[in-house]
Write a protein that binds this ligand. Structure first.
Ligand SMILES: *Cc1c(COP(=O)(O)O)cnc(C)c1O
Length: 338
């Protein structure tokens, strides 16, 4: 059996989730007649204490729609240089919104309020208007690092003082909330828009949600249609998402514990260099000596363990609900023998 640590996107729906999908009542969601999608959107909005929500096929789409809604062509968007919106969305900020990006070098994917303040362009005809700050929590390329709520609040204040919108790429926001003991409403209070993924650690097969106030979501709904993201009987997917929100959040703690155990096994090996702090379900570490990231990954693959070399000397492993305690034990056993 393969132990797939490449990403938490590889999770497959459980039989209980498939059952919930099978029983979903559906309709044409473009006509707003899919009761399961409607239920998911109002449930998620209430959870975060926000006015409205929109179900989309992917987190790339929810991020890109948010950026489009908050900006005008020629504006500047501030984000951290490792962020998904900048690195992994196909240049979408330029393609969809005609904006330029001001990527800042933060700490493991996280920005500070001072950095944001200093990067805001003055009201000067030479400069692009800064209209949006995007933060990512947890930070994927930062090794699943989490913001402190107080730091997110300080950035919010800078945004308010400068009349700038504030978007959260919360693809793994549940991991951050579980790790830090936070609630969705704390996040709902802070952001103009939030994107959350249902198909990562939560285990739904497809889907992300965009949250915001009613005017914002009405605009977002139009843009989703333009991008070809208006889905018809999407209720089968919404049922999976509702199931995931109900049953798969609390168990994320287990994924975090598994990641910590794996990190501890790696810690004292002579072929392992720097390991990013393990706060959630992502482990990024440096391999050295006789291994490159490539050859290390190839070695694990021979033992039916999949991971991703993310640079010449860095490997990423991600725990999720299809990684069992037995699998973690097997990996740790192998590492100990290396
Ligand atoms: C996975 C991910 C997304 C969205 O990716 P999709 O594959 O388009 O759903 C957005 N942001 C971060 C940080 C991610 O890890």
């Amino acid at each position: 059996m393969m132990i797939d640590l490449r990403s938490d996107t590889f999770t497959k729906p459980s039989s209980a989730m498939l059952e919930a999908m099978l029983k979903a009542s559906v309709g044409d969601d473009v006509f707003r007649e899919d009761s399961s999608v409607n239920q998911l959107e109002s449930y998620a909005a209430a959870l975060f204490g926000m006015e409205s929500a929109l179900f989309c096929p992917s987190g790339t789409m929810t991020n890109q729609i948010a950026i489009k809604c908050h900006t005008q062509p020629g504006d500047e968007v501030i984000c951290e240089k490792l962020s998904h919106v900048y690195n992994y969305e196909g240049g979408g900020i330029a393609f969809n919104s005609g904006c330029q990006v001001r990527p800042l070098e933060g700490n493991l994917g996280r920005l500070t309020a001072i950095q944001v303040q200093e990067a805001i362009n003055p009201d000067d005809v030479h400069k692009a208007p800064t209209s949006l700050v995007c933060v990512e929590n947890t930070s994927n390329r930062g090794g699943g690092s989490c913001y402190e709520m107080t730091d997110l609040q300080s950035i919010k204040k800078v945004c308010l003082d400068n009349n700038i919108k504030y978007h959260l790429d919360g693809a793994r926001i549940w991991n951050a909330m579980v790790a830090k003991g936070e609630t969705p409403k704390e996040y709902g209070k802070l952001f103009d828009s939030i994107s959350i993924c249902l198909s990562k650690g939560l285990g739904a097969p497809v889907g992300s949600l965009l949250l915001g106030n009613e005017a914002f979501i009405n605009k977002a709904r139009r843009i989703r249609k333009i991008l070809g993201g208006g889905m018809r009987q999407a209720g089968y997917l919404a049922a999976a998402a509702l199931f995931a929100l109900e049953y798969n959040i609390d168990r994320l703690k287990l994924d975090h514990d598994h990641a910590t155990m794996m990190g501890n096994a790696l810690k004292n090996k002579d072929f392992v260099g720097e390991i990013y702090p393990i706060e959630t379900n992502i482990i990024i570490f440096e391999v050295k000596g006789s291994y490159s990231a490539q050859s290390f990954s190839a070695f694990l693959k021979k033992h039916n363990i999949l991971c991703i070399p993310i640079s010449a000397n860095q490997v990423r492993m991600v725990t999720h609900l299809d990684v069992t305690a037995v699998m973690v034990k097997e990996l740790i056993g192998l590492i100990e023998k290396m």
